[in-house]
Design a protein around this ligand. Structure first.
Ligand SMILES: O=C(O)CCC(=O)C(=O)O
Ligand SMILES: [Fe+2]
Length: 363
């Protein structure tokens, strides 16, 4: 008989609990985590509606899917990965040149065990390098000056962040280029999500002009020997949901990403070459009146070798008030949530994690 335990999650309304089977993770079926082909995304509306129909099913089911033919070149991804490796292979002193506490908004370096995304589990066994939205790098912003003058959008400490990694050839250029390509792709995807919510495809355009856009390099070190069950730094990243709208994740071939299925079982979200993993975050779940699922996931790297991943988190403009999407409201489904800005939401969620004594590295 299936046995269950519970995962406890931090939410602004107090702790939330999710039932989860104690069985080891199993492979996901093609329905549970489908592969969606984006080759027609720049075609006509009808082609995008077809993609949206597939995204809708995935969003209402597991909340995770893979995308292929997403338009970001393997060459750029390999170049970004090489930079991530070079960065993490440095000495602690070199990595601390970009120690997060030197900058605003937690950008820069967080060391292994310095974060704990799930307070009921163990410290995260990962180190990260984080950048956030910077209007100067956004190809769709004609004049970033006005935005930069506003504290809310100001990236803060940008130049000094790049100074701390300037000894790594091409690091800044490649990191920004990869961020830009994902920002462009994320904006296309959010249009697909608008269609999937039965709204016009430009519905979210006005809230993605200067959106939250956090990009991380993540290194999960290998463990020299099997990690004992009671070690206090065990998992790669504990069970959690992402905070903002959608996540675009590149993962290497190590495996270790596990996703909680609609039937409360852990699924292996195995790496598939040429794909990115897309998942929905809490803010989009909220705007969809819980129609689209922000799904619990975690990473276990219990191998002796390193695992690398490169997530990108899209939010909406930090200052735009967002309300539950009208198509998700009817007499039987009244709006479950008040309007709120994504910035406030993100800040409160990060502060909640911080109040538990652990500074989150983003997401
Ligand atoms: O490293 C991964 O594969 C996933 C990381 C993740 O879930 C996160 O950073 O929110
Ligand atoms: Fe995540």
């Amino acid at each position: 008989m299936t046995q269950y335990t519970q995962v406890e999650l931090l939410t602004l309304d107090g702790p939330a609990f999710r039932r989860v089977s104690t069985a080891p993770p199993r492979p996901a079926t093609d329905e549970e985590i489908p592969i969606i082909d984006l080759s027609a995304i720049d075609g006509d509306l009808q082609a995008r509606e077809k993609i949206a129909a597939k995204v809708k099913i995935a969003a209402e089911n597991t909340g995770f899917f893979y995308i292929k033919n997403h338009g970001i070149s393997e060459e750029l991804i390999e170049r970004a990965l090489a930079n991530a490796r070079t960065f993490f292979e440095q000495t602690d002193e070199q990595k601390d040149l970009v120690f997060h506490a030197k900058f605003k908004n937690s950008v820069g370096y967080h060391g292994v065990g310095s974060t704990q995304i799930n307070q009921k589990e163990t410290k995260d066994r990962k180190e990260t390098f984080t950048i956030r939205y910077n209007p100067t790098n956004d190809p769709s912003i004609p004049d970033p000056t006005a935005l930069l003058q506003n504290e809310k959008y100001s990236y803060g400490g940008d130049d000094s962040l790049w100074e701390g990694v300037s000894h790594i050839p091409g690091f800044k250029e490649t990191t920004i280029e990869f961020w830009q390509r994902r920002l462009i792709l994320a904006r296309k995807l959010i249009r697909i999500f608008a269609l999937a919510l039965n709204m016009p495809e430009n519905y979210f355009d006005e809230v993605t002009t200067h959106p939250g856009a956090d990009a991380l390099y993540v290194h999960y070190p290998g463990s020299p020997e099997a990690i004992s069950q009671d070690a206090d730094t065990d998992v790669g990243i504990g069970s959690h949901t992402d905070i903002q709208c959608i996540t675009l994740l590149w993962q290497d071939m190590s495996r270790g990403l596990q996703v909680l299925s609609a039937s409360d079982e852990w699924l292996d979200a195995k790496p598939i070459p040429g794909t990115l993993v897309i998942n929905i975050g809490d803010f989009l779940q909220r705007l969809s009146n819980n129609r689209f699922k922000s799904t619990v996931h975690r990473v276990y790297n219990r191998k002796t070798t390193s695992r690398y991943s490169m997530p990108f988190f899209l939010g909406f403009n930090p200052d735009s008030i967002c309300r539950v999407v009208p198509s998700c409201i009817d007499e039987e489904h009244p709006a479950l949530y008040e309007p709120i800005t994504c910035g406030e939401w993100h800040r409160d969620r990060l502060a909640l994690a911080d109040s538990k004594g652990k500074i989150p590295a983003a997401s």
